[in-house]
Design a protein. Sequence first.
Length: 339
Amino acid sequence: MNRVGVIGLGMMGLTHLDAWSRRDDVLVTAIADQDTARLSGEAVAEANLEGLAETSFDYDRVKKHTDAYDLINDSAIDIVDICLPTHLHLIFTKAAIDAGKHVLVEKPLARNYHDAMQIVELASTTDKIVMPAQCMRFWPGWSWLKDIVDNKKYGNVLSANFKRMGGHPKGAFYENGDLNGGGLLDIHIHDTDFVQFLFGIPSSVSSKGYKYHTNCVDHVITTYDYDSVPIVIAEGGWWPVDNCPFHMSYTVVFDDAVAMFDISKGSFVTVIERGDKEPRDIEMSNALGYDNEIAYFINCVKNNMQPKIVTTEEAANTILIAEAERDSVESGKPISLKK
Ligand SMILES: NC(=O)c1ccc[n+]([C@@H]2O[C@H](COP(=O)([O-])OP(=O)(O)OC[C@H]3O[C@@H](n4cnc5c(N)ncnc54)[C@H](O)[C@@H]3O)[C@@H](O)[C@H]2O)c1
C-alpha cells in the first residue's frame, strides 16, 4: 500500500486529506504544517464549496511535522502531496523529487512560468510520477465536456464561455499577491487551464481586469484567439464583495446543440439539441473532481505510467497563458502567444 504525506493543511490540504481517506488502497501516514493549530486539527480553513475542508480525518494516528522537509525525507513515505501556498510549490516539489518520491502538487504549478519550467525540468529527471493537481480536468460535467468536444458529438464548437468567481479567501497567503498571483493566477487559472485542455494554446489573448484585494489582477475577462473556434471567453477572480456566492459555470455552443453547466444548480449538464422541444438535464456523477484526480494519480503510480490527462508541461503552459492575460490587462493590448 502506498503511504502518503500531505504538506500544507489549509483549505486544499484538508480537501486532499479527505479524498485520500476515502480510499482503501493508500494510507496517509504523515502530515506537515508550520502552524501547530492546523497540525493538531484545532484550526480549519474555510472552503469555496460547502462541505469541503470539513475533515473527519483522524489526526491522532499520523506522524506530525512542523518542518515539511522531515516529512519529505521520511523513508516510510512514498507519495508527497504538496498543498502549500503557490510560491512554495517549486522548492518543495524539488525537495520531494530529490528524495525520490511521487509528487502531487496543487495548482497553479508554480508562482510564475519560469519556476513552473524548472518543475518541468525536474520532473524529466525522475522515473517517479509528478502530477499537477489541475482538478477541473477531472470534474464531472467538465471531463464530459472534454469528451464531447473531442468526439464532436454535437459538431464543432462555435463559442465557449466560462465563468468562475469566489470570495477572497482569508489568511496571510491570500493577502499577498506576490505569493498568490491575485485572483487571476489563483482561481481564474482553472478556466485558463481548461481552455488549453480543450483547444490548446491560443494564438493571442485580449484581457480586461483590475486589482482589488492584492497588487495583482484579481478579476479578469479574457478572449482567447483560435483559428478553429470563433469565440472563447473566460471570466474569473475574487468578488470584491466577499459575501457573494461561489460561481462556476460554462455555456458551450456547438453546431447542433448548446451545453450548460452551473454548479449552483447541481451536478448535471443541461443540453438543448437542435430539434429538442425541451432542454434535457444529463446527470453527472456526484464525485468531486479532487477524488477523480487522486484516483487517476494513484492509478499512474500503481502502473508506473506518466500522467496523460495533465502533464507538468501543460500546467506550465497554463501559467504562460495566464501571464499573457495579466500582461494584456496591464498593457491594454492583445498579447501574442505565437512561438
Ligand atoms: N484545486 C483547487 O480547487 C484549489 C483550491 C484552493 C487552493 N488551491 C491551491 O492550493 C494551495 C494552497 O491553498 P490553501 O487555500 O490550502 O492555502 P491556505 O493558506 O489555506 O493553507 C496553506 C497552509 O500551508 C501552511 N504553510 C505555509 N508555509 C508552510 C511551510 N513552509 N511549511 C509548512 N506549512 C506551511 C500554512 O500554515 C497553511 O496551513 C495554493 O497553491 C492554492 O492556489 C487549489
